[in-house]
Design a protein around this ligand. Structure first.
Ligand code: FES
Ligand code: FES
Length: 237
């Protein structure tokens, strides 16, 4: 009985006929390719040169800057803080001064939850550094009014049910307060019909001027009502 592994018995004679005969040149080429692949896979093996169009390596991380002592004036009170220069005003307010009314939504200037007033102008506190705001008057929602002595805008938001979860509300109110002053100063918006005249605060104007403050609960109709009611106390135009 023949060995089942014997070539003569198990190789298809038709297949055998189609295979090229092995040559010395072919053997040396395939052996060289296999040796090269093995060498690059071994630890410590020389690294092949990168192709000319390969992306450059990322820059090495820079060492952290040492903390700086700064003074912030928030809601009329001066505070000394020791902060790294990279700390945002938002994080300084929340993490260093425990003013949690200012909310962190996106942390990248898209939602308006972190809006505060700096020298009376609204800014996204997540987009500015605390070290840039020395010698400025910073007002947060805590500084606009107090329980029992609310700002007119805070009272209007409550009266007109202009919030649901309330997460966006401090930013909405700070933004609305600044909006009224901007309109009184004659600043136009993208929907103002006449750029040279102070615009009356129509609902369209209010919606446009509040468009940087997002509300996931969709309380927009009541927010517009609250702003309109406060604007009517001291008409813009
Ligand atoms: S947290 Fe600043 S804009 Fe969203
Ligand atoms: S009230 Fe909930 S996000 Fe505005």
């Amino acid at each position: 009985m023949s060995d089942p592994l014997d070539d003569a018995d198990c190789v298809d004679p038709h297949l055998h006929a189609t295979l090229p005969a092995p040559t010395r040149r072919g053997f040396l080429k395939s052996a060289g390719a296999a040796t090269g692949a093995l060498a690059t896979a071994l630890p410590g093996a020389p690294v092949a040169a990168a192709p000319a169009d390969a992306a450059p390596p990322p820059p090495a991380p820079r060492p952290a800057s040492p903390p700086r002592r700064i003074t912030l004036t928030v809601n009329g009170a001066r505070h000394e803080l020791l902060v790294e220069p990279r700390v945002t005003l938002l994080d300084a307010l929340r993490e260093h001064l425990a003013l949690y009314g200012t909310k962190k939504g996106c942390d990248r200037g898209q939602c308006g939850a972190c809006t505060v007033l700096v020298d009376g102008r609204r800014i996204n506190s997540c987009l500015t550094l605390a070290v840039m705001q020395e010698d400025r008057a910073i007002t947060t929602i805590e500084g606009l009014g107090q329980p029992g002595a609310l700002h007119a805008m805070q009272a209007a938001f409550i009266e007109h049910d202009a919030f649901q979860c309330g997460y966006c509300t401090p930013g909405q109110i700070c933004s609305a307060v600044a909006l009224l002053q901007e309109a009184r100063d004659g600043q136009a918006s993208a929907v103002s019909a006449d750029l040279r005249q102070p615009a009356a605060l129509s609902d369209d104007e209010i919606r446009e001027r509040m468009s940087g403050n997002l509300c996931r609960c969709g309380a927009y109709p009541n927010i517009v009502t609250a702003v309109r009611v406060v604007a009517a106390i001291r008409p813009v135009a």
